[in-house]
Structure formats: C-alpha cells, structure tokens
Design a protein. Structure first.
Length: 297
C-alpha cells in the first residue's frame, strides 16, 4: 500500500502515512488497523435485529474524545494491521455469517481502503458508516452510492465543550455540514419487511453529565435542519472510564434529573422517530471485547 499525505478528515494535517507507520493526529498507518470484526447485538434495534450487526471496529480516531469508552483502540493503538485483501475477507466472512449489515465503526481515517473494497465488491447487505460526525463533506461524497446507512454522532453544539473534550473547537460547524451531506445522500429511512433498516440516517447523541443545555441545543438543531422522519438515537450509556484527571465533571454518570430533562425536550420537539437508551445502559459490560476476534491469524 503506497504512502501518502492524508487529508481525509477535517483536521487536514497532511500526515505522511506509510504501510507500517503513521503521523499526525490519528497516528495510524496507511494499512487499516482493526481490533474486532464480529456480529454485534448492542446497536439500535433496526440495526442489530436477531442476527446482529456485522461490526468492524477500526483502531485510531480523528477525535479521541476524553470520555471515549473505546480508548483502548481509539487512542491506545491496540489492533492488527491488515492488507486490503485481508480486510475484504473480514467483510465477506461477516456477510457469510448472516449479519443484517456491514457496520464500519470509526472508519474515517481508512476511507481510502474501504472505498476501494466497496467499489470492487460491494456486499449484498446494507453498509453502515458509523462515525463521530467529524467528517469532511468532500470525503463523504466519494462514498456516495457505496454507503446505505449513515450512523453519525452529533456530540456538541458548544465549541468550548468540543475543544475541551475532543480538541475540536470547530466540531459543530464541521459535523452539522457533514450530517446534512449524509442526509442528502441516503434520503429518508427505508425499512425492510423484517423491520431492519435498509437505507437512511440515524443521528446519535450521547448525554454527558452537566451538559443538558448542550444536549438540548443538539436536539433543537436536528429538529430545525433535518427531515422530519430522521431517526434520532438518544444515548445514556456514558460511563466514567480511563484517565479523567483534570476532568472532574466527567467523573460521574448522568443523573435521573438530567436524563428526564433532555428526554422531555426530545418529545416536546416531536423527535419521536428513533430510540432512547435507559440509564441502566451506563455500564462497562456493554463495551465489546477488543481482542482481535474475527481477524486473520
């Protein structure tokens, strides 16, 4: 795989990425690094169904949020570098297992490889682009016709919060444009006869402790700017993990009062096409085992 200067994500750092080494923000090589490829049953019901979502968890991240529950792979570097052919074989193996869809988790910095694979051999099941929302519309446009379902986060409106937790003061300006591009590409939600999503957009938002005002601003933007049938997934799984020194406000879970306040606003806005996690989802047991499952020996 040839070395190149990477400008795939909004950071545009121009890092030199070679087959075995990477520079810049994500510090990933040109070869895709994967931590797990297996059926996953903890996505939204229209994605997980009864046979699971075929989740491929890529290592590295263009955000590396302080509160990330997957820090072992997003910032810790754990994972196995694969060739394009090996990654394509992982995709094919998941399809063979009968999963409902191919779920590409945190794929942004490996879009160059994923795009080639999908152009050469697109699976006969929906392809999900599961990301943090911090995307270049120009990169997303190279995926048009290859991705069926976009599953982005919309983490913040407040630039102070996005600067503090994700080193991205421009997060909302970037993510809002990206999500509008995603919506334009895939259109309104389409469900199959079995109730599983075949095409569309699901916008996720994770409640953070002490940030109900920003959560409500996120919901209000969705109501104002996206089509009325857009799925919204309000997530309450935040669990204090990893090194939170210097971030005492993140050392607790979301309270019942915070949860109810945001939930009330969700329904008041009429955003009832989607999903809401219970507060009991805030537990480390729901984090996948990043142990190279499903990868070649």
């Amino acid at each position: 795989m040839e070395a190149y200067l990477c400008r795939q994500c909004p950071r545009g750092c121009g890092a030199l990425r070679t087959e075995t080494a990477g520079e810049g923000f994500c510090r990933m090589p040109a070869r895709p690094v994967v931590a797990r490829a297996a059926p996953h049953f903890w996505e939204e019901p229209v994605l997980s169904g009864t046979r699971g979502s075929g989740a491929v968890f890529f290592s590295g991240c263009v955000l590396q949020c302080r509160f990330c529950q997957n820090q072992k792979i997003s910032a810790g570097g754990f994972g196995k570098a694969l060739s394009k052919e090996e990654l394509a074989a992982c995709f094919a193996d998941l399809v063979q297992k009968g999963v409902h869809n191919l779920n590409l988790v945190t794929p942004t910095h490996f879009t160059h490889v994923i795009r080639e694979i999908l152009r050469e051999n697109r699976p006969q099941i929906p392809v999900i682009y599961n990301c943090g929302g911090y995307e270049r519309p120009e990169t997303l446009r190279t995926l048009e016709g290859l991705v069926d379902i976009y599953l982005p986060d919309l983490k913040y409106v407040d630039p102070a919060a996005s600067a503090r937790y994700s080193a991205a003061p421009d997060y909302f300006a970037v993510a809002s444009r990206a999500i509008l591009e995603m919506s334009q590409q895939v259109g309104p939600p389409v469900l199959g006869e079995d109730g599983m999503m075949q095409k569309g957009l699901i916008v996720r938002h994770l409640l953070l402790p002490g940030h109900t005002k920003d959560s409500i601003a996120v919901l209000e933007w969705i109501k104002s700017e996206l089509p009325s049938k857009t799925y919204v997934s309000l997530m309450c799984q935040y669990t204090p993990l990893g090194n939170l020194d210097g971030y005492p406000e993140l050392s607790r879970r979301v309270t019942r009062r915070e949860y109810d306040k945001v939930l009330d606003r969700l329904f008041a806005l009429g955003l009832d096409n989607g999903f809401v996690q219970e507060r009991t989802s805030a537990a480390a047991k729901f984090i996948p085992a990043f142990d190279l499952t499903g990868l070649p020996e």
